[in-house]
Design a binder for this molecule. Structure first.
Ligand code: AMP
Length: 404
């Protein structure tokens, strides 16, 4: 597929793609757009950074432009992702479009959102909690919604949105078209797709258990006392923008303050910040007003800032899959990037679970092998890595929701 011409898109959409410098579809777009334009449901697994947003946004905007009635709803787990989706949608709709939109996310005033809803929007992007809130208050009806997107479905379930999503989907006609994307495909996502999708086209781009190429991954084993000095040294040795991931909201604030006292240009982001502050922090990072963003996993997925060159995992993620999402913040759209993990002894179990995810069945590089943690001859006994991973999974959702 060389360019977008073969899709026979609405002229306004063709214009927008030209203005956005989207010359040719990315692989996920080449796979998803044709069946979506034919009205098929889609179950897509694709990593962020692959052009996933436009893979659903282009058919959605085409549907809105080619019909004078009907509306579309996009559900997304976080405000930041929602904003990125809204930005792409606005660019695709183009300036002067008659199609009204509403952006319904938590943490923003109801008043402004009510105003958007009174304009009879044909495109709504938002987080499940706030959309459900509007439905319950009678501010929002989804009777004419015929196009539904569930983006980062696995993340929405991890964040505990499944009840809200169910309530929302029940308000939408069964004859809708539904596009669902998920970075991972655990059982609960397959079950969800069976509930919400009708004979979907399955699309998979790249492995969702392996990071994008072009990321140089490094690991440093350090003692607890060496951890912060090692971070300082690594920041000093690197050039360009850096995201440092920390485990907790408090840890994020504390680390950002410490780095700031060392003279670094740094900000923190986590789920306790007010929405306008979160937006400012992201905007200024995007504009290179400061160099280091210390973050919880709230920005691990989807954040698309092309100039991020380094991801430093000061703390390892609660859930192994989040390692892939975190380091995917660098090496966006073909650029190169580097990632570093600082691993303290008590985090070795977590690290082995990550290694097992990246290289299933392969001998771990850690000293665990020397201690005989893995027993290749005894197949029935689970490796420590597997046991660690399981422990992880069991506790991860609840811990994570509270932490980020
Ligand atoms: P996403 O995976 O949706 O976060 O997209 C990653 C980046 O790729 C974003 O900066 C998009 O603007 C960019 N992108 C998406 N599709 C295309 C395309 N067909 N051509 C060029 N850039 C694109």
């Amino acid at each position: 597929m060389k360019n977008f011409d073969s899709f026979d898109l609405h002229p306004a959409l063709v214009d927008s793609l030209r203005r956005m410098n989207y010359a040719a579809p990315t692989p996920v777009q080449a796979q998803a757009i044709p069946p979506a334009l034919q009205g098929r449901d889609i179950m897509g697994s694709a990593q962020t950074g692959t052009g996933k947003t436009a893979a659903f946004a282009i058919p959605l905007v085409q549907t809105l432009l080619s019909n004078s009635r009907g509306s579309a709803l996009v559900l997304t787990p976080t405000r930041e992702l929602g904003k990125q989706i809204m930005d792409i949608m606005t660019q695709l709709l183009g300036k002067g479009t008659p199609i009204k939109t509403a952006f319904l996310i938590g943490g923003e005033s109801m008043g402004g959102q009510l105003k958007q809803l009174r304009n009879r929007p044909r495109l709504i992007v938002g987080t499940p909690g706030r959309i459900n809130d509007h439905l319950e208050r009678g501010n929002l009806r989804l009777r004419d919604t015929s196009f539904l997107v569930l983006d980062e479905a696995d993340r929405m379930l991890d964040m505990g949105f499944s009840v809200q999503i169910d309530r929302i989907v029940k308000c939408i006609t069964c004859s809708r078209q539904t596009l669902m994307f998920s970075a991972t495909l655990p059982r609960k996502i397959i079950q969800m797709s069976e509930r919400y999708l009708d004979n979907p086209e399955r699309i998979s781009v790249g492995s969702t258990t392996s990071p994008v190429k072009d990321i140089q991954q490094e690991v440093m084993k350090v003692s607890q006392d060496q951890k912060y000095p090692a971070l300082l040294e690594q920041i000093g040795a690197r050039q360009g923008s850096i995201i440092v991931f920390s485990k907790t909201k408090y840890g994020t604030e504390k680390l950002a303050k410490k780095l700031s006292r060392e003279g670094h240009a740094v900000e923190a982001i986590h789920g306790d910040l007010r929405q306008n502050r979160r937006e400012r922090v992201i905007r200024e990072f995007r504009d290179k007003k400061y160099r280091i963003l210390v973050a919880t996993d709230i920005v691990a997925r989807g954040l698309d800032i092309p100039h991020i060159e380094h991801v430093i995992n000061y703390d390892l993620p609660q859930c192994p899959e989040d390692y892939i999402h975190r380091i995917g913040r660098t090496a966006r759209a073909g650029a190169k990037g580097a990632s570093l993990c600082l691993i303290v002894p008590q985090d070795m179990g977590k690290w082995r679970a990550i290694e097992e995810l990246l290289n299933p069945g392969r001998k771990p590089s850690s000293s665990a092998a020397a201690r005989g943690d893995r027993r290749p001859g005894k197949r029935k006994k689970k490796s420590k890595a597997q046991r660690g991973k399981q422990r992880f999974h069991r506790s991860s959702s609840a811990q994570q929701a509270a932490a980020i």
